[in-house]
Design a protein around this ligand. Structure first.
Ligand code: OGA
Ligand code: FE2
Length: 427
């Protein structure tokens, strides 16, 4: 893709409308074109699938909940002040319908708001559409009614409008709506708290007590021979567990090189057990030591962390597009899930290979810590207690990318080779 094209799809709304044009609109075109016409489409043409469209919709929904984005602004193509193309009534309607079909009370409010946007545009547009205002209004009532937060006032107000338009046509739904008391499942409060923490940290709403942050240090590492010439700036961002940021440990040339090599190998990232999960959306590839730039980077990692990398994993390269994220997890494995020859993941080194225009921070739930990706830097933390058990305070996540694309790579260092460092301290 050209860089202009990249810029275009860097905006979630542009990406959605593009995917929509390439999937549903194209499907419609095909049905029309199955009649003998002048139009011949290329059967080999790559077009987006229904699944891609659902993926793009869920990405927008995630971005809305994490970053509190206003539906009306988004419908105008305005993503936090970055202006893209306005959506049509049909775009908003299809987005709303996909959200609605998830039957998820957590996103019903968003569905309702997108139906409202569709209705607003429907009233102002000249285009012929395949749906009517009455249909949209019915969906609005149902969506507000289904929401897990009490939005019945809105549901009733829309039901009244609907009845005013069709006084003699009380559809079953509206009648039932008045007849039955609302029953809502109790939302799981731990889940809500965990989601609230995630979204607050992703928005940068951290409240680290001044007393604890003032004890942190920043210094230049020079004690290793290779660092004498070019000391590395190192910042301590947390104690217990130790979290450090190392600056300028990866050059532009190096990460360009890594991106080029990793590009064709990227596949949808999996989680433990080799499976796909909604809570991890991104692409990953493994690069091995036989690649010069990887070997150099691993050696540099050994130098600046002072750790033994002979049992470290290969370099994992990750690319997150808009909405790409990785919800709360530990990098270390539970006992029995790692091989005894290498031991568990004692430490994580995460290289930031791009700045991210908006979103995409790495956040730590228990540490109240938000780290914004800075191209060329690396974040380091210890995953284990000196006893070898997982340090539960290392629970962390990658926030959804709001604008742009995020590239990182990981080197996971394993226990083996560090026996002498135990049990006093892991670093
Ligand atoms: C991971 C991870 C954080 C990030 O890949 O395990 O936690 O910011 N990544 O990408
Ligand atoms: Fe992680």
């Amino acid at each position: 893709m050209s860089s202009d094209a990249h810029k275009y799809v860097d905006n979630a709304i542009n990406a959605f409308t593009l995917i929509k044009r390439l999937s549903t609109d194209f499907e419609r075109l095909k049905t029309v074109a199955s009649e003998p016409t002048e139009f011949v489409w290329d059967r080999e043409m790559i077009y987006a699938t229904e699944e891609d469209l659902i993926g793009a919709t869920m990405a927008i929904s995630r971005l809305q909940s994490v970053y509190k984005l206003n539906t009306t602004h988004l419908a105008e193509g305005n993503l936090q002040g970055v202006i893209g193309f306005p959506m049509t009534a049909n775009d908003c309607y299809e987005l709303a319908l996909i959200l609605y079909k998830q039957e998820d009370p957590n996103i019903s409010r968003q569905a309702a708001e997108w139906f409202e946007a569709a209705l607003e545009k429907l009233n102002n547009e000249q285009n012929e559409n395949t749906f009517t205002a009455i249909e949209v209004m019915t969906y609005i009532v149902k969506s507000y009614h289904r929401s897990n937060i009490n939005l019945d006032i809105k549901a009733y107000a829309w039901a009244e409008k609907l009845l005013a338009l069709k006084p003699n046509d009380r559809t079953d739904y509206v009648t039932n709506f008045y007849k039955y008391a609302v029953t809502r499942n109790n939302t799981n409060s731990t889940e809500v708290a965990s989601w609230n923490k995630y979204s607050a940290l992703c928005r940068g709403e951290t409240d680290v007590p001044a007393a604890s942050s003032s004890k942190l240090h920043c210094w230049y590492l020079r004690n290793i021979p290779f660092l004498k010439l070019a000391p590395i700036k190192m910042e301590e961002v947390h104690k217990d567990p130790n979290v450090f940021i190392f600056y300028d440990v990866l050059s532009d040339d190096e990460f360009q090189n890594i991106k080029t090599i990793a590009g064709p190998k990227l596949e949808r990232a999996r989680i433990v057990g080799d499976i796909y999960a909604e809570y991890r959306i991104g692409k990953s590839a493994w690069l091995y030591n036989n690649i010069d730039v990887v070997a150099k980077l691993r050696q540099r990692t050994a130098d600046f962390t002072g750790l033994n990398i002979s049992h470290a994993e290969p370099l994992q390269v990750l690319n997150y597009g808009i909405g790409g994220h990785y919800i709360w997890h530990y990098d270390a494995f539970d006992s029995g899930q790692f091989n005894k020859e290498d031991g568990n993941r004692i430490a994580t080194v995460l290289f930031y290979m791009s700045d991210v225009s908006q979103g995409g921070a790495t956040v730590f739930a228990q540490l109240n810590l938000t780290v914004t990706p800075k191209k060329g830097s690396a974040i380091f933390w210890n995953n284990l207690h000196p006893t070898g058990e997982i340090d539960k305070k290392t629970l962390h996540a990658a926030c959804p990318v709001l604008y742009g694309s995020k590239w990182v790579s990981n080197i996971w260092i394993h226990e083996f080779g560090h026996e002498l460092l135990q049990p006093c301290s892991a670093i």
